[in-house]
Design a protein around this ligand. Structure first.
Ligand SMILES: Nc1nc2c(ncn2[C@@H]2O[C@H](COP(=O)(O)OP(=O)(O)OP(=O)(O)O)[C@@H](O)[C@H]2O)c(=O)[nH]1
Ligand SMILES: [Mg+2]
Length: 197
């Protein structure tokens, strides 16, 4: 987070994280499509469109006092490029964890979630998070309640869940807005700014 009182600008970093092929890039692109900025996502990917490093784009909002600039990233889910993930996660203000809801992906989600917990350690609790169960259009899905129990969902204060279908743009904007609300509340409550609403 960067708050520049002189230029009245707040810059936040938000990251889409999750296991390989869960739909992180599709989710980010769906969001940018909503804002009419589909062509403004920078993707560093390979010849078969798998994310190599990250996807990146910015979205800005403005009110009479403040300019809010959001830097949005998606990590690569492929473990071959695991070295790139901590770099992408550095100094983030919010996370949308994109889980793949297919039964076959259950443990991959868990491993990815645990990687995130281990990366942030005790700070993880403080970071605003949305857990998005993506690919809800598919038939063979695990029960979200089972997954939530497995990760001890109830110990988190800063975690909300959503169901999404990124290929059909369902739930993507809502997840993003909900995360933004938690992130901005945190900024506001910490009294780093006084005028933003
Ligand atoms: N059925 C279905 N397929 C989806 C959905 N979201 C993404 N996909 C598909 O899942 C595949 C992987 O999507 P990506 O967005 O590239 O996944 P990713 O998480 O960015 O993958 P990596 O960057 O390689 O880790 C693609 O074929 C998408 O079309 C969804 O909601 N439903
Ligand atoms: Mg990707």
């Amino acid at each position: 987070m960067i708050i520049d009182h002189l230029s009245q600008t707040i810059q936040l970093k938000i990251c889409y994280f999750g296991p390989a092929l869960s739909g992180k890039t599709t989710t980010l692109k769906s969001l940018f499509k909503h804002f009419g900025k589909e062509d403004e996502v920078l993707s560093i990917d390979n010849s078969i469109r798998r994310t190599l490093f990250f996807d990146y784009g910015t979205i800005t909002f403005e009110n009479s006092q403040w300019l809010l600039k959001l830097h949005l990233y998606s990590t690569t889910g492929q473990d071959f490029y695991i070295i790139t993930r901590p770099v992408t996660l550095r100094a983030i203000d919010g996370i949308i964890f994109v889980a793949d809801s297919q039964t076959s992906a259950y443990y991959r989600n868990l491993t990815s979630w645990n990687e995130l917990c281990n990366y942030f350690q005790e700070d993880f609790e403080k970071i605003p998070k949305i857990l998005a169960f993506n690919k809800q259009d598919l038939e063979d899905k695990f029960k979200t309640s089972e997954f939530l129990e497995n990760i001890n969902y109830f110990k988190y204060n800063n975690l909300k869940t959503k169901k999404t279908v990124a290929i059909h743009d369902e739930g993507i904007v809502e997840s993003f807005e909900e995360l933004l609300e938690i992130v901005l509340k945190k900024v506001y409550n910490s009294q780093l700014i006084s005028l933003f609403e």
